[in-house]
Design a protein around this ligand. Structure first.
Ligand code: NAG
Ligand code: NAG
Ligand code: NAG
Ligand code: NAG
Ligand code: NAG
Ligand code: NAG
Ligand code: NAG
Ligand code: NAG
Ligand code: NAG
Ligand code: NAG
Ligand code: NAG
Length: 480
């Protein structure tokens, strides 16, 4: 063998990665916001640390799906000049943005010092001046301590409220009273003695968790009250509290946030296929309640109980459309599979990675498209009409769609447009899961990493796909 041939053989062996056999046809990414200030002290703001986390995660996804040399590059995606038909980003929005975003956008927190002395700088100075004032806001935000309270889905609100009457809640409430009362000297500026109970499990944990990252007061925390064991105990309780508000296996309406997300994912991936690969990558930003309720609906806790825990800041989950077909077109759906991947926290190229998990209690991590569609349809909401009916709402935006009416079986025309018309109601639901960080994450990921900038569309509260439907979409991506 000539040295040249040897070299080629060695090189191709080195490159032989299992992923080489497959093509990624498209993906839908759902991304949690980064580090932020405590919920108990609204308005909640994204911190520089959070900004960096989003930036790193955005870079990671760019390297995975867009970089020309990536083994997971989405087939046919434009690697230098962004093709707007291919990438769609969406995020809910909120008042918080106007109130506190302005300060951030003016660069007032370009650097900050953490409790442990590390300094965090906002990446890429100069890209922060984003005109956000045109973005109209909806209601609900990360400032809301109980996420469902702004879901605006009638039945889901009732369902989550029922948790507070359940046996498990009542027994935890009394069983943990002493623990919460013991925290009084630490949190008495924020919580009254009567508020110190399991009822506020998440916000109490959140306040302390944020303080442990950011509060550099030397006397904090007094070790006699707070140590790692106590923090872990508080986390377990907060997880229990939030998971139960987000999901109940015998009362699935509670998981409305996950139902919406499932519908959006299905609609978007389906569009990748039916459009022959015109749209390729969707990125949506949101909060942990959407993760938790989707986890429950997709039976992920069956794979590990960790899926009943709140995902870390800047966590990502993605649904990837893959095929072994060697052509260059979108193959027959029978050759397409869906793979679910998740990473708990900031993704950094070269170290932590996404991991695949089986959905819907199956054993395989890649589901044939048809099976994914069937299973997802069981849990998904794909249209506003469907949303109104499922939520039992018949007024407001549901009045015109004869919402809870009995004639609302979807017509064929509802099909393809439905995802886009999912407006106020659904938007409100997701709007409940918002944070300022969400939007910044969106800007960071899309502007810097994908080279896009945002043009807010004057529209009502909402999120959404960069569609032209006049009802909802608030953002459109255009080439920078
Ligand atoms: C891909 O290319 C970029 C830029 O040229 C480089 O930084 C990166 O290390 C490459 N990645 C791989 C997996 O080769
Ligand atoms: C300080 O804390 C931040 C956030 O928790 C972490 O990312 C960083 O690695 C820490 N630095 C040191 C020196 O421990
Ligand atoms: C749905 O109904 C609930 C309860 O009646 C109400 O609070 C909520 O605002 C309604 N949502 C919409 C979008 O009309
Ligand atoms: C779950 O829903 C069922 C049926 O509505 C209810 O009996 C039970 O108390 C709920 N459990 C929790 C923890 O909310
Ligand atoms: C909170 O508790 C600390 C320590 O017990 C005490 O010094 C402080 O005055 C209390 N603050 C309020 C607002 O009660
Ligand atoms: C930091 O901790 C001190 C002492 O517990 C407390 O008085 C102060 O309010 C805390 N500040 C923040 C920003 O958490
Ligand atoms: C942590 O603090 C609790 C409550 O003050 C105490 O009972 C426990 O022994 C402490 N654990 C450790 C490992 O210090
Ligand atoms: C669950 O999470 C813990 C801590 O985050 C980790 O140590 C453990 O390996 C995880 N378990 C599984 C089955 O993923
Ligand atoms: C992610 O990490 C958090 C905190 O470390 C943990 O509570 C949760 O269970 C983890 N989730 C998964 C899916 O590993
Ligand atoms: C349902 O449809 C039938 C026939 O299409 C119509 O007569 C009836 O008025 C409708 N009912 C409602 C509540 O819209
Ligand atoms: C996929 O899109 C096609 C064409 O728009 C539509 O007919 C079909 O119902 C969609 N399927 C799903 C599962 O949304």
């Amino acid at each position: 063998m000539s040295p040249l041939i040897t070299l080629t053989v060695v090189a191709s062996l080195l490159l032989a990665d299992p992923a080489d056999a497959e093509r990624v046809l498209g993906a839908y990414v759902f991304q949690r916001h980064g580090d932020r200030t405590a919920k108990s002290w609204p308005p909640t703001k994204l911190t520089s640390l959070g900004y960096s986390q989003e930036y790193m995660t955005g870079s990671f996804f760019h390297d995975r799906y867009i970089s020309a040399n990536s083994s997971h590059k989405i087939d046919g995606i434009s690697t230098d000049i962004v093709n707007l038909a291919q990438i769609t980003a969406s995020a809910p929005q909120d008042d918080v943005i106007d109130n506190s975003g302005v300060g951030f956008l003016q660069g007032s927190i370009a650097t900050e010092t953490l409790r442990n002395g590390s300094t965090v700088e906002v990446p890429l100075n100069g890209y922060q001046l984003i005109p956000m004032s045109d973005v109209k806001s909806g209601s609900g935000s990360e400032d809301n301590t109980w996420l469902q309270s702004t879901s605006s889905c009638g039945k889901a609100i009732v369902s989550s409220n029922n948790y507070f009457n359940s046996n498990s809640y009542v027994s935890l409430l009394s069983g943990t009273r002493r623990l919460y009362q013991s925290l009084e000297p630490l949190v008495n500026e924020t919580f009254s003695a009567s508020e110190l109970s399991y009822k506020n499990a998440y916000t109490i944990w959140d306040l302390l968790f944020v303080a442990l990252i950011h509060n550099s007061t030397a006397s904090f925390p007094p070790s006699t009250i707070l140590n790692d064991t106590v923090m872990q105990e508080l986390l377990v309780l907060a997880n229990e509290h939030e998971f139960n508000l987000a999901y109940n296996s015998s009362d699935t309406i509670r998981a409305i946030a996950g139902m919406n997300l499932a519908g959006e994912v299905l609609t978007a991936l389906n569009e990748t296929i039916t459009s022959g690969g015109k749209s390729k990558l969707n990125v949506q930003f949101g909060a942990y309640a959407s993760f938790l309720s989707y986890f429950g609906l997709a039976e992920l806790p069956a794979t590990t109980v960790n899926f009943t825990g709140i995902p870390n800041y800047a966590s990502s989950m993605a649904w990837e459309l893959v095929t072994d077909d060697e052509g260059t077109e979108i193959p027959a759906t029978s050759d397409i599979r869906v793979r679910f991947v998740f990473h708990n926290g900031t993704s950094i190229e070269g170290s932590t990675q996404l991991q695949a998990y089986p959905l819907f209690g199956q054993s395989m991590v890649e589901l044939p498209w048809a099976q994914f569609v069937d299973e997802t349809k069981r849990i998904a909401i794909q249209s506003q009409e469907d949303w109104c009916q499922t939520c039992g709402n018949s007024t407001g935006i549901c009045a015109s769609s004869s919402g809870a009416g009995d004639n609302s079986s979807s017509t064929s025309s509802a099909g393809s447009r439905s995802g886009r018309e999912m407006s106020l109601g659904v938007a409100g639901v997701i709007g409940a899961m918002i944070t300022l960080g969400v939007l910044f994450g969106l800007f960071i990921l899309s502007m810097i990493v994908f080279g896009l900038r945002f043009v807010p569309k004057s529209a009502v509260a909402g999120i959404h796909r960069g569609s032209d439907a006049s009802t909802v979409p608030v953002m459109k991506t255009i080439a920078a």
